[in-house]
Design a protein around this ligand. Sequence first.
Ligand code: CUA
Length: 314
Amino acid sequence: MQVLEPRGAGAERIADLWWFTVVVGGAVYLLVLAILALGVRHALRRRRHDREAPDPDTRRWVGVGGIVLPVVVLSILLVLTLRVMRDHTLMAEEAAAGLTIEVTGVQWWWDVRYRPGDGSASIATANELYIPTGRPVRVVLRSRDVVHSFWVPQLQGKLDLVPGHETVTWLHADSAGEFRGRCAEFCGAQHGHMAFLVVALPPDEFDDWLGHQRRPAPEPADSVAQRGLEVVESTACAMCHTVRGTAARASVGPDLTHLASRRTLAAGTLPNTPGHLAGWIGDPQGIKPGSHMPRVPLSGSDLQALLAYLGTLR
Ligand code: CUA
């Protein structure tokens, strides 16, 4: 269970609280069973022979077991929960001073944007969040259609993405690694195919990644890739997608500027390989029924050119 293998400050606090609750809850459960067993034994003894056996002091049992014990246990849990919530808020304040990532939930993928503070163009990617390790990163959540829920079990608790309303959370990773995230609120037919990946990198590697993503798409290096670019610009591709530096500038679907650098296709549905990409372009409705990606009829040579071009978008 990933929630019990936390790798960041947020999930660690939640897991600690969970373990404490389980241990205390387990102890109370065993105590109740023991008292029940004593009560049954007492009743049996009285019925069989010993009608003179004294009645237990009911008032004391109710007073201690029914009032004092729950008040003490629940008060401790309340205090610990408030402490976790306070730590969450403190980290959120720390995160607010640094990097912000904007995540928009869309049926059924994640639009991810970085806005550099220096006024340069924002960077868009999809279904992957890169974060630097060792410090909390602010994540602003929005939805373009229905309610989704952003959840990275090893890093942070869930938070809903609500249409027309902004919610804010933060992610913190202790060390470098890849953490699977997913939509945790039923949001339609392909809710189950709405995964994402958080990639935590040491700060200098993260800066390299950000610098690379800032670049526009490379110019096609040969005639096949050139034809692929023409396919992107002249077919339905350009009506939904952006490839920065080209005529494709729509934002209905994921930004494809650095598509080839991503791990998966269609929000974690397929590994990002040329074969799967060809399958996805050829029959999106067969792979993810109901998704908003239409099938674009292409000749065999155009499809090959398109795949060659998309393969250069590293
Ligand atoms: Cu988005 Cu479930």
